[in-house]
Design a protein around this ligand. Sequence first.
Ligand SMILES: C[S@@+](CC[C@H](N)C(=O)[O-])C[C@H]1O[C@@H](n2cnc3c(N)ncnc32)[C@H](O)[C@@H]1O
Length: 479
Amino acid sequence: MSTTLKVVPAKPKRSLENRLNDLPWKEWLLFQKSFFHLSDDAALYGNLIQFFTKRQAATGSVSRVLTICVGDEHPAIAAHGRSLFRDCVSPDDIASWRYGQTDFTPFDFMVVDLRHSATAIADHAANSPDLLCGFFENCKNVLRDGGFCVLLSQEVASQAGRYPLPWMLSSLARRSFKMRDEKIGLLSEETAAPTYLNVLQAIDEIGPIHEKAPSVHVSVPAVREQWVKPRPRPRSKKEILHPAKFPEELIRTFVTELTPEGGIVFDPMGGTGSSAVAALDTGRKAVLVELDETWAAIAASRISETCSETSGRWQVLSGDARHASALIPKAFQPIDYTVTSPPYWRILHNPGMHVSDEGQKARQAKGLRTTYSESDADLGNIASYGDFIDQLADIYECCADAMEPGRILTIVTKNVKHKRAQYPIAWDLVFKLCRDGGRFAYAGTTFWCQDDVGLKPFGMGCDWISNILHNYCLHLRVR
Ligand SMILES: C[S@@+](CC[C@H](N)C(=O)[O-])C[C@H]1O[C@@H](n2cnc3c(N)ncnc32)[C@H](O)[C@@H]1O
């Protein structure tokens, strides 16, 4: 396996029959980490095939794997009328691609590698999404029921910015497949675009879909690094009281790059005040809004330990981020940089979830709070995913009112899973905020990869459920 792991995984308590693959439990666990270092494609393909198939399929025959590698140079995409996006997939069509088998017995697993034709595919995604939808439908039709399909793709860089092709493809593929999960493969160079592995499953109940193909306005990237692995210091007693803070080490780099010396940093959901501590540490000013008074008090106390000076360098405001621009005192406007992390929808209500270095059950056992608050105004308590995205997007649009065009908002979030479907908070926020007529343009993502969190054996032996340990730091530019 090409994954690195610093934390030794816990051995499952009892031995389970492994219905998904033939891997020993330790290798299964390593694969569950949602980011890995991508050494070479042979290892990547090998790992995927070993994870998503048993040598012998349920039918008793050898598992059948289809790999489709679409290249710009490939005749299937170059020749008019004989592109990959034909109305139906016949064995003859499949025979003209790079694949393993020629007859039409459904495949057990499929890899669709779109990395080598990204520009052409991006053009289809933007201008003729129905062609791609047809292609994904065809892919589903050659897979057995319940079979997995992994889509490999990357963002497409141009002078205008980075076009988030993997998100677009997933959104289109969701009309045929259930979107189950994602992994990202990192190259050793932090500035190189990661490879996305979108894991789709051929089942009828497909989960949430977009009615219309999304579009995204892009702008030049805000920062060069596409992934970082900060080494956070252990959390203090005060900080541990809060269920999910981000490390100052992560935010400090963004603040330094994206805020002028002496500039003003804002966080509309300030929690324990990490953004403000990072801002003040680096010679900036800070203003926070936080709904819950306990967290607001912790934030104020942490900030005053960093900055004894109270005169106008920082302010913590208790209140609802929905009214953020009205709450911020005039002395703290305009905002130079906004950095924030919202609740990851209802993730804290899931008792099996681990959002930091400890699980929810461990927190309960220590008498620590497992949710942010019980308030109806808390975005972490909204029942409907659609309402959550809409209300969050409204808050960020309101933040744009206090910023000048060209300034950056960084949102730290994660795509989450709920009832075996993936809910792509990060992508849906960008689709909403960077749409035609939206207040922002997409200025790239920096992945915050958490190497300091132990792996949990979710779904072990029967299903694919990753440990999502990569967070999206979405950089959005005010238009
Ligand atoms: C992920 S935490 C932020 C943690 C923070 N970045 C830190 O490092 O401490 C999300 C925060 O949003 C707050 N929150 C939820 N709904 C809110 C709202 N409507 N207005 C303001 N804050 C809200 C929660 O109380 C929680 O502290």
